[in-house]
Ligand binder design. Structure first.
Ligand SMILES: [Ca+2]
Ligand SMILES: [Ca+2]
Length: 268
C-alpha cells in the first residue's frame, strides 16, 4: 500500500507535464505523391510556404509575375521563395522533393511551424511536360492548415487536371518545353497572356519521349486526380514541458532507487 502511494505522486506529475498546453510548435510532414496515370505528367519539386497568408503569388486573369513565371516555365522555386520571404518574413518556406517526379513517385519533408503565426499553407510547382503549366493557390487563404488551438484542419490536398494553371507567359512549343527529351526549356516564345486554368496543352505532347524516357500520353480529363499533398503533424514540446517531464522522471528514479534499497535491506 505504501509502495503504491509513493509511485502515484510522480505519475501524477508526469501526467500534468504531458497535459500542459505548452505545445506551441508543430512538426509538419508534407508528403507529395504523383498519382497521375503511368505515362502522364510529371511534377517539379513542390515549393511550400506556411504563413500568415499575406503572400499572393498570382491572380487568375492577371499577367503572371516573375515568381510564378520562373516556377511555371523552369520549375524553379528561387523567385517564388524569395518573393514569399520578402512579403512575409515570418513564413516557414521550403521545397519538397529534389527533381521532377514521374507518375508513381513520392517525396516528403518536415517543417517546424508555429500554427498561431503561420496557419496558412501555400504551394507552387511546374507540371511537365509543358512550357508554363503549374499548380498553386491563387488565394493565400485557400488552405488554412491549423485552427486556433493548433489542430491540423486539412489532411490532404488533391489536385485534378482541371486545377492546372497555364501561366500565360510562354507559348506552346515542344522544342522549348521542360521534360521533353532533347528540348531546351531555357528557350521561350513570349505569350503575353494571363493566368488561366488549362490542361489543353498536355495532349499535344502525346507520342513524344520524356526526359525520364517514357513515351508521353496525357490521359487526363478535368476530373483526373494527378497529385496529392498529405499533411501530418506532431507536437514539439517546449522547454518548460521538458523540464516538467524531467522532474517527473527524476522523481520516479528517486522512488525506484529508494524501493531498491528498501527491498535490498528486507532480503538481507
Ligand atoms: Ca491571387
Ligand atoms: Ca502557355
Amino acid at each position: 500500500m505504501k509502495q503504491i502511494a509513493r509511485m502515484a505522486i510522480p505519475a501524477v506529475l508526469v501526467a500534468a507535464a504531458v497535459a500542459q498546453p505548452a505545445f506551441a510548435q508543430r512538426k509538419v510532414t508534407v508528403t507529395v505523391q504523383n498519382i497521375a496515370p503511368p505515362t502522364s505528367v510529371g511534377v517539379a519539386p513542390l515549393n511550400v510556404g506556411f504563413s500568415g497568408g499575406t503572400f499572393d503569388a498570382f491572380d487568375q486573369g492577371g499577367p503572371a509575375a516573375m515568381p510564378i513565371v520562373t516556377a511555371a516555365e523552369l520549375g524553379s522555386g528561387t523567385d517564388w521563395l524569395s518573393a514569399f520571404a520578402a512579403a512575409d518574413p515570418a513564413a516557414v518556406l521550403g521545397t519538397v522533393g529534389g527533381a521532377p517526379m514521374p507518375p508513381g513517385e513520392v517525396a516528403s519533408a518536415t517543417f517546424t511551424v508555429d500554427p498561431a503565426t503561420n496557419p496558412f499553407f501555400s504551394f507552387a510547382a511546374m507540371v511537365v511536360p509543358s512550357n508554363d503549366s503549374f499548380i498553386g493557390n491563387d488565394d493565400p487563404h485557400a488552405y488554412r492548415l491549423f485552427d486556433a488551438a493548433g489542430n491540423l484542419l486539412i489532411s490532404s490536398i488533391t489536385q485534378t487536371a482541371g486545377d492546372i494553371w497555364d501561366a500565360g507567359s510562354e507559348l506552346f512549343n515542344p522544342a522549348n518545353a521542360a521534360y521533353i527529351a532533347g528540348a531546351d526549356a531555357t528557350l521561350r516564345d513570349p505569350e503575353n497572356g494571363t493566368v488561366s486554368r488549362s490542361f489543353a496543352d498536355f495532349s499535344k505532347f502525346n507520342g513524344l519521349t520524356t526526359a525520364p524516357g517514357y513515351s508521353f500520353n496525357s490521359g487526363l480529363s478535368a476530373e483526373t486526380p494527378f497529385y496529392r499533398i498529405t499533411f501530418s503533424a506532431a507536437a514539439v514540446p517546449e522547454p518548460a514541458t521538458w523540464a516538467m517531464m524531467m522532474l517527473g522522471f527524476g522523481l520516479i528514479g528517486a522512488v525506484v532507487r529508494k524501493d531498491t534499497r528498501f527491498a535490498g535491506a528486507a532480503t538481507a
